[in-house]
Design a protein around this ligand. Structure first.
Ligand code: SF4
Length: 214
């Protein structure tokens, strides 16, 4: 983790991390941007979030938009139709059940439509300052297994295994470090192992072909 901390310095941070920093860790914008980011490229998430937040930055103002308007603003995010419905339903729940505030516990966050553990963990870390959560997305799942930190089949299994396999001081940073590394070096296909700062430590579990650094 120390090597990764140095190596990612200066690389582009993931879209939701940037939104969280730019918006002073606003829980609502972190929540919605994370919902939009599922299976969507970072550049698309950033642009979709910017368009949506330029029109509505709170659950109250978001509810003045209809689902079609939200669809139009977040297109071409993957599953934009489902995501638009979930954004509207989540805003309704935040207003009716949580007094207009994004909840700050895992149990409550998981009751919101379209919110799974990945989204809930990221909101808890980036917007509520939690040091007790690990957010596992596809990059964290893949790289933790390649590195031999865990041996798991699903992101949920990886999250639970990482609580055992890693030191607590790193938990809030695992997502930032591994997602940044996964977007640049430890890519899903043809990872750039010869250019990786972890190459001498990494068993490269499951890596069949490596890419060539330019
Ligand atoms: S050595 Fe290769 S497989 Fe291991 S973390 Fe680096 S890029 Fe990924």
């Amino acid at each position: 983790m120390r090597r990764l901390a140095k190596a990612i310095d200066g690389l582009d941070a993931p879209a939701v991390e940037k939104i969280a920093r730019d918006q002073h860790e606003d829980p609502f914008q972190v929540l919605i941007a994370t919902m939009l980011s599922a299976q969507t490229k970072d550049a698309v998430t950033a642009a979709a979030s910017e368009r949506l937040f330029s029109v509505a930055r709170t659950p109250r103002t978001m509810l003045k938009l209809d689902v079609k308007q939200i669809e139009g603003l977040i297109y071409p995010a993957s599953f934009y139709r489902n995501k638009a419905v979930h954004v509207t339903q989540t805003c309704e729940q935040i207003m009716t059940r949580f007094g207009g505030r994004v909840p700050s516990t895992m149990e409550e966050l998981l009751t919101l439509p379209g919110v799974g553990r990945k989204t809930a963990n990221l909101v808890l870390i980036l917007a509520h300052g939690s040091a007790s959560n690990i957010c596992v997305d596809t990059h964290v799942h893949r790289i933790s297994n390649r590195l031999g930190w865990v041996s798991t089949r699903t992101p949920d299994e990886t999250e639970h295994a990482l609580y055992v396999a890693s030191q607590k001081k790193w938990w809030p940073f695992i997502n930032l470090y591994l997602v940044t590394w996964g977007q640049t070096i430890c890519r899903p296909v043809y990872p750039l192992c010869p250019a990786c700062v972890l190459a001498d430590l990494c068993p490269k579990t499951g890596v069949e072909r490596m890419g060539k650094p330019r």
